[in-house]
Design a protein around this ligand. Structure first.
Ligand code: GDG
Length: 497
């Protein structure tokens, strides 16, 4: 038994191989790309799970025919590993109800999520949650060690698994280990609030490469590392692994910015199934059903307080109130995917959003013709695509967001350069989509201004609006998820070498 720098006890550490599996490419993420569903008659089925990480990684795993290690989305269930139709081996990790509450809802989503999103709500620091986080990270690392072939590449995903690189290095020094953080990395003065900051950081430092979305995230991380005994070299402005950090034990770690993107090929057709004509008819019908508004605003988000859904509704309400927008002429569609529903701050957010939807419709809608169309359910990819195509103006107004794939997905449906994007300057996507109508979501006047500029621009200056959309469309098409994954994986190879 040996102990890692994170204090996690590891049986059989330093024994290369051991019970090595035969997968040469392994991704490990908190969730599998599918959720296990129990039907009324007790049969178990699988359903694709929504979310940015799944959207980004599924095509990468399919291309490599790799193995995905993760939790199947239901507590106390341990289904057998199975291969998807597209050739990805799914290897479930069991989480108990206790793990779910303490590791997932607690430490991951009530401690780390708010801490890394610049304290939009106050993080809770609870010692038993930390213990659960360490235990579950050990379990994930042990599963990976059992499925990875000798010398395999393992790609660890996101904030729930930051101790996995350290544990895995002890268990399987033969592996090449990459880590990607899908959410922002906070400024050091915020990170330092974490009571377990040293263990957490050391868990990460055993990776060969750490990737963030943005250079600003890299800067925060490097600045934090300066306060430790690490040697730092390289140029921060070189996006892909411009920085090398050497730990006191001599381990070298690459650090770089790899802005994530979307599977553009999946966005190119109006629907995955059905003809173009059918898709157009369905779209027309949707528009008719909504009372044929001349401008449709659209929001698509997990129902999360970071996404700024309430503030966007309030901005819309004030524009209706002042007469700047005519309720007979506009509609706002808000799709809000259920998320982390048992956590208090999420319940409060949902209740505030739904109160605002009811109030706005009560004030401005006609019976049978809502001005805000709100849905708190997931929709299929086909239906989501239809909403993207229906919208005139996409509203993406998070207070803080690592990247935001919704913004890129909307742009990718605009081969004809139609429509406009209102985008928060605090979404990672704003670094690339500079031709969006950028706004500060903390400033309601600024948000209203961006919404109106987009609406007026489409009416008064369509040529200029087309140029803006075309430039964003090209940016997204030229920087797709394949490029993101291949840039990361080739930097990982180099870092290991
Ligand atoms: C995290 C980071 C980063 C949403 N509703 C439905 C649905 N979705 C899909 C969207 C999109 C994804 O979920 C959401 O991705 P985002 O990037 O917008 O946001 P997070 O879930 O917070 O993702 C984020 C991302 O990781 C990747 O690194 O960009 O900053 O927070 O793909 O299309 N898909 C379907 N039905 C829905 O109702 N089918």
């Amino acid at each position: 038994m040996s102990e890692t720098a994170t204090g996690v006890s590891v049986k059989g550490a330093n024994q290369t191989g051991g019970a090595a599996g035969n997968n040469s490419f392994v991704v490990v993420a908190n969730r599998l790309p599918v959720d296990m569903i129990t039907e009324a008659d007790g049969t178990k089925t699988w359903q694709a799970s929504p979310g940015g990480l799944v959207s980004a990684l599924s095509p990468v795993l399919e291309k490599h025919q790799g193995c995905w290690v993760g939790w199947p989305g239901v507590a106390d269930e341990s289904p057998e590993p199975f291969r998807t139709e597209r050739g990805v081996l799914l290897h479930p990790v069991e989480l108990t109800q206790y793990d779910y509450e303490e590791f997932y809802e607690g430490f991951s989503n009530a401690t780390l999520w708010p801490l890394y999103h610049n304290l939009i709500v106050t993080p809770e620091f609870n010692r038993s949650w930390w213990d659960a986080y360490r235990d579950v990270n050990l379990r994930f690392a042990t599963e990976v060690a059992s499925v990875a072939a000798h010398g395999a590449t393992v790609w660890v995903q996101d904030y729930q698994l930051q101790l996995v690189p350290g544990i895995l290095r002890q268990l399987r020094p033969d592996l090449t280990i990459g880590f990607f953080l899908h959410i922002p990395f906070p400024p050091p003065e915020i990170y330092r609030q974490l009571p377990w900051r040293d263990e957490m950081l050391r868990g990460l430092m055993d990776a060969d490469l750490i990737g963030f979305h943005l250079v600003s995230n890299v800067r925060n991380f490097v600045e934090l590392c300066r306060s430790y005994d690490f040697e730092i070299s390289g140029d921060i402005t070189i996006r892909e692994a411009g920085i090398t950090i050497t730990t006191p034990s001599g381990h070298k770690l690459g650090v770089g910015a790899f802005p994530i993107s979307i599977d553009t090929s999946a966005m190119a057709t109006p629907t995955a199934s059905g003809s173009h004509e059918e898709a157009d008819e369905a779209l027309e019908q949707m528009h008719l059903d909504m009372g044929s508004p001349s401008t449709v605003f659209l929001g698509v988000d997990r129902l999360d307080y970071t996404k700024g859904i309430l503030q966007r509704l309030l901005a819309f309400e004030e524009l209706l109130d002042s007469g700047a927008l005519d309720p007979a002429d506009v509609a706002l569609v808000q799709l809000a995917t259920p998320s982390r529903e048992r956590i208090d701050s999420y319940r409060i957010t949902r209740s505030n959003v739904e109160e605002a939807v009811g109030r706005i419709n009560g004030r401005f809608a006609q019976i049978g013709r809502p001005v805000v169309h709100y849905q708190h359910r997931s929709v299929s990819k086909d239906v989501l695509m239809r909403y993207y195509r229906l919208a005139d103006i996409m509203l993406v107004t998070p207070f803080r967001d690592g990247m935001n794939l919704v913004a890129k997905e909307f742009v990718a449906t605009r081969a004809d350069s139609s429509g406009a994007l209102v985008l928060s300057e605090f979404a990672g996507a704003a670094d690339e989509l500079t031709q969006a109508h950028l706004c500060n979501p903390f400033d309601i006047e600024d948000t209203k201004k961006a919404m109106l500029q987009a609406a007026w621009g489409l009416k008064d200056n369509p040529e200029m609006m087309k140029e803006r959309m075309a430039s964003m469309y090209n940016q997204v098409m030229e920087h797709d998820v394949d490029l993101w994954a291949s840039a990361f994986l080739s930097a990982l190879d180099k870092a290991r070498a």
